[in-house]
Design a protein around this ligand. Structure first.
Ligand code: ADP
Length: 447
């Protein structure tokens, strides 16, 4: 061991090293038991002050309201005579030993206050509080000096290099510990805030869900009420249009046909609304049974009606039948919507409904097949930017009152919800001016 070298931890005399270990242990314990920075300081001061033989000690931290001032935040054995000042004690950064330790970011020690004329203004407080020497150490976190820890001693006190090292170690550990506690405190309070906010948001989401349900119920009930009278209206208009006794003039018949078409369209809208609200309210259920995929396609096509003039239509199908287990009504309903749309938005060229089946190799449960019904058209197509929202309720690419194509804007929303209920999906690819392809994909078991 060389005496000429700067002292370091390894060179501390046995007794000091013992003390340093004790101090480190006390600070670690303070950190473990204290959850708030002030508690860390308080516990550390209580344990360390007697270990360094100080008669009392203090921690001053920068005042958040005015960082050029230091505020006494905790003290150990603070003399009774000055206890009344505890709450209001402020020291300006740069003034006195504690203020200078902070300003200069370096320890400030005074062996004998009364021997230093420069500290004359501290003589009275020193006499009153009963200290002669002191050691003030800056508390540093990663970026700045946040305050100072000061030990006060009754008699004159000379510090040797080892003690300085020991005290510097104490302060560094204390500052780091307090900073961590402060971070934890901030995290905890942020957590509390987030939890509270989460609670509010959950309550708002519940309210919104409730309001949405009430609205959907209302829509459902109104649509149900409208269904029966509209059904009669369509029926009577159809009868009238047939004109069994031949009394209608040509303009009268054309008017009746218009009434019948408008009422049918309204009936479709109301039917879609009932079905969609049933789905939204969770009242619709998947009713699978044995079906044949091509037959379902044919059923949908006959419900959609004939293609427009100038548009060819065909079904592409595999060689044999495609037996599946699925809810046939719902599959046919989805395909009818897709084929009707293809007919509506195609003026020339062709519409193809292709049926494909891919058996799954080594399925987990039983024999399974992926069925795809693909409806391809050579119609107006859908711009890329519009594709994400065509499945939203009441959304149409051309939403203006002067639009060329009729419709309710519910067909695709209903189709997608039905597909989800069946455990399947609908995908779209399209190019504006060239055409669109809508694909219903379902994985089903093979009967
Ligand atoms: P609508 O009753 O208006 O057809 P849908 O929900 O079925 O309502 O479709 C929503 C919108 O998606 C349509 O208004 C149209 O803009 C667009 N769309 C749907 N299918 C096609 C298609 N095959 N070709 C071009 N656009 C389509």
């Amino acid at each position: 061991m060389s005496r000429a070298k700067q002292p370091d931890a390894l060179e501390l005399p046995e007794s000091l090293r013992q003390r340093e270990l004790e101090i480190a242990r006390e600070i670690a314990r303070a950190f473990l038991t204290a959850s708030r920075p002030l508690e860390v300081y308080r516990l550390a001061l209580a344990r360390v002050t007697p270990l360094v033989d100080a008669s009392f000690s203090s921690v001053f931290l920068r005042d958040p309201a005015d960082p050029s001032l230091l505020k006494l935040v905790c003290a150990q054995n603070w003399p009774q005579s000055s206890a009344r000042f505890l709450g209001q004690m402020r020291i300006r950064v740069g003034r006195g030993p504690t203020g200078r330790a902070v300003a200069e970011a370096t320890p400030f020690e005074v062996e004998d206050v009364f021997a230093e004329p420069g500290l004359r203004e501290w003589w009275d407080p020193a006499r009153e509080m009963g200290f002669t020497s002191l050691m003030s150490l800056p508390l540093r976190n990663a970026t700045e000096v946040v305050g100072a820890l000061t030990f006060y001693f009754t008699g004159t006190r000379r510090f040797d290099a080892n003690e300085r090292l020991l005290l510097a170690t104490v302060t560094d550990q204390l500052a780091a510990t307090a900073e961590r506690a402060e971070l934890i405190e901030r995290l905890v309070s942020e957590n509390v805030r987030l939890e509270r906010e989460n609670g509010h948001l959950a309550a708002r989401a519940r309210d919104a869900e409730q309001a949405r349900r009430v609205k959907t119920e209302f829509l459902h009930n109104v649509s149900e009420e409208m269904r029966a009278p509209l059904g009669s209206l369509v029926g009577y208009a159809e009868m009238l249009a047939e004109d069994p006794v031949g009394r209608l003039s040509a303009p009268q018949r054309s008017t009746v046909v218009k009434i019948e078409r408008a009422a049918s369209m309204l009936l479709r809208l109301v039917g879609d609304l009932v079905d969609l609200s049933d789905l939204r309210l969770g009242r619709a259920s998947n009713q699978p049974s044995e079906q044949e995929a091509v037959a379902l396609a044919e059923r949908a096509v006959s419900a959609a009606g004939p293609p427009p003039d100038g548009v060819a239509f065909r079904i592409e199908q595999p060689d044999g039948p495609v037996p599946i287990v699925a809810d046939g009504d719902k599959v046919a309903r989805i395909l009818e919507n897709l084929v009707s749309n293809a007919f509506k938005f195609t003026a020339r060229g062709e519409v193809v409904l292709a049926v494909r089946a891919t058996p799954l190799i080594a399925p987990a449960q039983g024999r399974q097949v992926v069925v795809e019904w693909e409806v391809r058209d050579t119609g107006i197509g859908i711009a890329r930017a519009d594709q994400p929202w065509i499945f939203d309720e009441m959304r149409q690419v051309d939403g203006t009152s002067t639009r060329l194509y009729g419709g309710t804007g519910l067909g695709l929303a209903l189709s997608r919800s039905l597909a989800q209920l069946l455990g399947g999906e609908i995908a779209v690819t399209s190019e504006e001016g060239t055409g669109s392809t809508f694909t219903l994909r379902l994985q089903t078991s093979i009967p």
